[in-house]
Design a protein around this ligand. Structure first.
Ligand code: B12
Ligand code: SF4
Length: 490
């Protein structure tokens, strides 16, 4: 079979918000805003396909990295002539995903189209019934998709494969009627999970060797992304982690993959784990292994402050850790308690201080528009705290309410949002869909004004500009900072 793994174009991603004060500004969620990142899930599936379903011709197309729009997609697919197409998805990208599905269907009516990724995990029932696809995979694709390819090639029953569903086969998983699940708590048929992540081959990076991915906070243009664990056991009220079942890869398997990346010429690794530093001991064990193997590269990860120890930072720094992105979220103990972050502001201060003293760069992720920020003064206090911990970069997001999160349900219960809107969108994706926010106390227009003000307060401090320029190590980094500054001014 000829199998295409597709990251579809991103031309109609959902809007971040609708600002009534400025209808032309709708904050389209642009993937390129943070950089350009390889679709790791697809690369991992390709590696597993080669290993467990050999004998097929495999094609990969990342429309975002290759700047392929819907028009050009038709020509590219015509050259490939696929029998089986696996398409990845985010919920916010579903309009593009369906458009791509229709484009392929028109040219190749007999091709089997399978939808995977984050959307079928979030909305399995609605996804399975979309007319554009023959099947969906709910969960992880490394075992399910090769099994789908093998079964289709042999003419077998695809609905017997764990995690694979069709519009008919998903019915027996008795969806809770919407009336009984107005707040979109998790409804899910049994997903495909890989119990032992070490069994998986590393993502196939050979298919992206002609593409250049980048991060606006990266240090080099040879950047690899990697996952050392999947899932997160924490229960922050705003977050919908796709896998609650937390699984780790062994330290030696991660180090082996890093070795491969270094051999391919990568010199920087971004860990995409939801929670890399689950324990300080694991960070130390990883760092020691990197030092023992003598690998020289820089790396960064996304983590929490409450599992950081000074010793784990010292070892991480010795092993090349350049930067850590901490989800701080807000600047008061009461706020952190309400978000169920299981951390406190004393820990935040201490960890940012440690990182500064060790020369590890920090990104502080904050949110505004939180349910307990009832006034402009509350938001200002939050931002005051952000400035006081003096991170190297700050990200101030306006809280978006995603289905299957506690805050989404709270907002729905209080009548602040209409959850049915998401179900309607999942049933028939539209290009004018926009995200929900907590606008009980502050309007979107006001939150946008406060967000801009927060960025200006942070990035336009003369001391900050001067220090950033002094600390800029490469032209790449300088360019990235300049790009960030331009966005800010716009
Ligand atoms: C890296 C990342 C990004 C990168 C994207 C990089 C990329 N090219 O993938 C950037 C920074 C751009 C990004 C942006 C956003 N992101 Co993001 N992101 C992630 C993150 C942290 C890691 C993704 C990853 O690489 N995982 C590792 C790989 C191995 O796993 P995977 O992607 O899940 O793939 C597996 C399965 O999904 C499945 N699969 C995937 N594709 C396919 C295809 C087929 C055919 C099959 C069979 C299976 C399959 O099999 C794969 C292997 O097991 C996840 C959280 C997470 N831990 O997954 C959030 C996550 C995917 N993001 C999320 C969100 C909400 C966003 C934003 C909307 C945030 C915002 N408000 O701006 C934007 C939207 C971007 C856009 N315009 O479309 C949500 C998605 C929820 C949803 N229902 O769609 C997640 C799950 C975070 C969360 N907890 O809420 N993100
Ligand atoms: S915000 Fe981070 S720590 Fe909290 S549940 Fe989500 S992934 Fe886990």
């Amino acid at each position: 079979m000829r199998i295409l793994l597709l990251n579809p174009p991103a031309q109609h991603t959902a809007r971040e918000y609708v600002d009534p004060a400025n209808p032309d500004d709708h904050g389209l969620l642009e993937t390129g805003d943070f950089g350009l990142f390889p679709p790791l899930g697809l690369l991992s599936i390709i590696a597993s396909l080669r290993k467990t379903a050999p004998g097929h011709d495999i094609f990969f197309l990342d429309c975002i990295a290759e700047k392929v729009g819907h028009g050009e997609l038709a020509q590219r697919v015509e050259a490939i002539r696929p029998d089986l197409v696996g398409i990845t998805s985010f919920t916010v990208s579903m309009y593009d995903v369906c458009l791509a599905g229709r484009t392929i269907r028109e040219r190749f009516p007999a091709a089997h189209l399978c939808l995977g990724g984050h959307h079928p995990i979030a909305f399995p029932f609605e996804a399975a019934r979309l007319p554009e696809f023959e099947s969906i995979v709910v969960g992880e694709g490394e075992e399910a998709f090769p099994a789908l390819a093998r079964t289709l090639a042999a003419g077998g029953d695809i609905t017997a494969i764990p995690g694979v569903y069709t519009a008919e086969s998903i019915e027996r998983w008795q969806e809770t009627p919407l009336e009984d699940d107005r707040f979109l708590t998790r409804r899910m048929p049994p997903p495909a999970y890989v119990d032992d992540l070490d069994r998986l081959p590393p993502p196939d990076r050979s298919v992206i060797s002609h593409l250049q991915y980048r991060s606006i906070v990266g240090a080099s243009n040879r950047l690899a992304t990697m996952i050392s664990s999947r899932g997160c056991p924490c229960t922050c009220t705003f977050c919908d982690v796709p896998y609650k079942m937390y699984r780790q890869r062994s330290i030696s398997a991660i180090a082996d993959e890093i070795g491969e990346c270094l051999a391919l010429g990568y010199d920087e690794v971004h860990f995409y784990d939801d929670l890399f530093n689950i324990t300080p001991e694991r960070v130390i064990a990883f760092s020691d292994e990197i030092i023992r193997r003598g690998y020289r590269f820089t790396w960064d990860f996304r983590g929490r402050v409450n599992t950081v120890t000074y010793e784990s930072l010292v070892r991480a720094k010795e092993a090349g850790c350049r930067m850590i992105s901490f989800g701080v979220e807000t600047g008061s103990d009461e706020g952190l308690r309400l978000l169920k972050k299981n951390s406190n502001i004393a820990q935040v201060r201490q960890v940012f201080g440690w990182c500064r003293s060790l020369g590890i760069l920090t990104i502080a992720d904050f949110m505004i528009g939180l349910p307990f920020e009832k006034s402009v003064t509350d938001v200002r206090r939050n931002i005051d705290f952000m400035l006081s911990i003096d991170p190297d970069y700050a990200q101030v997001s306006i809280l978006s309410l995603f289905p299957h999160t506690e805050l989404f349900s709270d907002a729905a219960r209080r009548g602040l949002i209409r959850p049915e809107r998401w179900v309607e969108f999942a049933r028939a994706p539209r290009s004018d869909f926009y995200l929900d926010h907590w606008e009980e106390w502050l309007s979107m227009a006001e939150l946008l004004r406060l967000q801009k003000k927060a960025y200006r307060r942070f990035y336009l401090r003369p001391r900050y500009i001067w220090h950033s320029l002094l600390a800029t190590c490469s032209w790449h980094e300088f360019g990235a900072k300049l790009q960030g500054a331009m966005k800010l001014f716009r």
